[in-house]
Write a protein that binds this ligand. Structure first.
Ligand code: ATP
Ligand code: MG
Length: 417
């Protein structure tokens, strides 16, 4: 990818334009983090770029951004620009193209994000970004108070970078943030959520949450929840949870915030999660509630088999992926916060792995066939009976073949008179 992006820059240079790598990729390379997208900036105007490259997509042409496709890679190239007046503490829709790279760098949020790198390896770094990255400091370009006032999202970005990189925040930048934090109410929750997700995807979510808590930023974003209620021990373990699926990290976060599954659902809706993501997260918390209710550790009188059947029933009800996610969640909790001793979790895992089927559709007999056997009209009995067969097969009590299942139906009928 680096090779193709260099070719792109050289093409622009060859036509007499200026062109640099800029922003996240320059920063990440400097501090030795994996580079995920190679953004570039140039003095060429969007229409000039379109004329120059064979495959371009006008991604954000009114903001000067063109996507150039080169040998199977997509690169975003943006014309040097400044942003016009900011309204409602958000980034404006209108921009003005400029001729000087330093003008463009000046509009960027933090010194570490305002460095350009030329193809010959030299840097344009008018605000001391290299020095700040060496010292692990996040510092606004220019006057922090003004920069946070212009665009309130920068405050959450500031906390995100501090948390993900483990950087400290320059004193005047932090002071500026505190003075402007109320403006966060103007920013769409969705954009704040994206930043928050990066915080919990990073290595030190606790640091991010503590900074959010100390600054009370989330209170001003109308999501006060996490600022006070989260359990530090649990948050500290979030980075042990796999990033795939990311819903698991959200589940742990909400768990650390002592949310019930219902409260979590309301919260996630407010945070503009899709229904699918919301359900995925809530189902983990719901299963947690049910396991605790139905399988209690104090019940020493209960036979192990009864416990196994309860667990299998819960796996069938919640779905296998939810059950596996719940097990992962439990295993990442610090020992003194675990609802079940580790031996129990091992047992749950084993029982889950030994299940023969996980869904009704895998049952060796259909509802229609069951009705034929009993020869009575469908009613609630049918669902109950199918669930019974599913559990029996899943638990290995009855074989999943038609004859065996018909035998079981007859046995149940006998027992019910
Ligand atoms: P990431 O690693 O998450 O992609 P990034 O710094 O590259 O971090 P982007 O959103 O990709 O973040 O933005 C690219 C660059 O655009 C930034 O490095 C920064 O120079 C500039 N930028 C992004 N958002 C803002 C903002 N709200 N205000 C000012 N400059 C910004
Ligand atoms: Mg980026």
């Amino acid at each position: 990818m680096a090779e193709q992006s260099e070719k792109l820059l050289r093409t622009l240079l060859g036509q007499g334009f200026e062109a640099y790598w800029v922003g996240g990729c320059v920063r990440d390379e400097l501090i030795g983090r994996p580079v995920h997208d190679m953004d570039m900036t140039t003095s060429a105007l969007p229409e000039e770029m379109i004329g120059l490259f064979q495959h371009t997509i006008p991604t954000g042409i009114q903001h000067g951004t063109i996507t150039v496709m080169l040998q199977g890679h997509a690169f975003e190239v943006t014309t040097y620009r400044v942003e016009s007046t900011y309204e409602n503490h958000r980034r404006p829709d209108e921009v003005t193209f400029v001729k000087e790279i330093t003008e463009d760098l000046k509009r960027r949020d933090f010194t570490m994000n305002a460095i350009a790198r030329a193809v010959d390896g030299t840097y344009i770094d008018p605000f001391g970004g290299q020095q700040d990255t060496a010292k692990k400091i996040i510092r606004c370009v220019g006057n922090p108070l003004e920069r946070f006032n212009e665009d309130a999202l920068r405050m959450v970005r500031c906390v995100r970078f501090a948390s993900v990189f483990g950087y400290s925040i320059a004193k005047d930048t932090w002071k500026g943030l505190l003075s402007q934090r109320a403006n966060l109410e103007y920013i769409a929750l969705e954009r704040i959520r994206v930043e928050l997700e990066k915080v919990i995807s990073g290595n030190n979510p606790l640091r991010g949450l503590e900074l959010l808590s100390r600054s009370q930023l989330l209170d001003f974003a109308k999501i006060p929840v996490l600022s006070t209620r989260f359990d530090r021990d649990i948050v500290m373990g979030i980075n042990k949870v796999s990033l795939e699926p990311i819903c698991l990290r959200w589940a742990v976060l909400l768990y650390a915030g002592r949310f019930t599954s219902e409260e979590a659902g309301q919260q996630l809706r407010k945070w503009t999660f899709s229904n699918q993501d919301k359900d995925e997260i809530c189902s983990i918390l719901r299963l947690d509630e049910q396991v605790k209710k139905r399988i209690q550790i104090q019940d020493i009188g209960i036979a192990q088999e009864e416990r196994r059947l309860s667990w299998i029933r819960l796996v069938l009800d919640s779905g296998r992926s939810t059950a596996l996610n719940w097990l992962k969640l439990q295993r990442t909790l610090p020992e003194h916060r675990q609802s079940f001793p580790i031996e129990w979790l091992d047992l749950f895992s084993t029982w889950e792995q030994q299940m023969n089927i996980y869904q009704l559709k895998d049952l060796g007999i259909t509802g229609r066939e069951v009705m034929k056997v009993n020869n009575i009209p469908a009613g609630s009995w049918l669902g109950d009976l199918l669930q019974h067969l599913l559990l029996s097969v899943a638990a290995g009590i009855v074989d999943n073949d038609k004859n065996g299942l018909i035998e079981e139906i007859k046995r149940v009928n006998m027992n019910h008179g």
